[in-house]
Design a protein around this ligand. Structure first.
Ligand code: GDP
Length: 137
């Protein structure tokens, strides 16, 4: 059993597809272990994406991630990190496979609807960034 941190980004919330995105995870046998709707400050977004601080898109990405509400979730299941990323599709929707969330809904490489931890070490940083132990069930 593995846990991963997943986010429906501000573009996904604006497009009113929270339920659609969650359904795709649930239909694939994954379980929502924790969930809440919040709004990140600019500093909150910068802290979350600290690994990207040297990237040219860091400012733009953290502006985007703090522009409106997001839904943060802990998703649980066997091999959850890999499976969530498969359901999400490639970072750039132009490269994403048909039937993935990003192919179906994302506007571009930045506004790409969802986030999912890329490896266990990332999940170990990202889950406690948003959730305390007693919120994960
Ligand atoms: P992910 O693991 O698929 O989310 O991709 P990354 O960890 O590489 O990047 C984190 C997030 O930064 C992505 O989901 C996008 O929102 C954004 N991003 C990635 N690459 C680019 C880029 O080349 N340009 C811009 N503007 N944003 C990007």
């Amino acid at each position: 059993m593995q846990r991963t941190l997943t986010i429906i980004k501000p573009d996904g919330v604006k497009k009113n597809i929270i339920g659609e995105v969650i359904s795709r995870f649930e239909r694939n046998g994954l379980r929502i272990a924790a969930l809440k709707k919040i709004k990140l400050s600019k500093d909150g977004a910068k802290g979350f994406y600290i690994v990207h601080k040297e990237r040219p898109f860091y400012e733009s990405l953290t502006d985007f991630m703090s522009e409106g509400p997001i839904v943060v979730m802990v998703i649980e299941g066997e091999n959850a990190i890999y499976r969530v990323r498969e359901i999400m599709g490639a970072t750039n929707p132009a490269d994403a496979q048909i039937g993935t969330i990003r192919k179906d809904f994302a506007d571009d490489i930045e506004r790409n609807i969802v986030h999912g931890s890329d490896k266990p070490e990332s999940a170990a940083f990202e889950i406690p960034y948003f959730f305390s132990q007693i919120e994960i069930l």
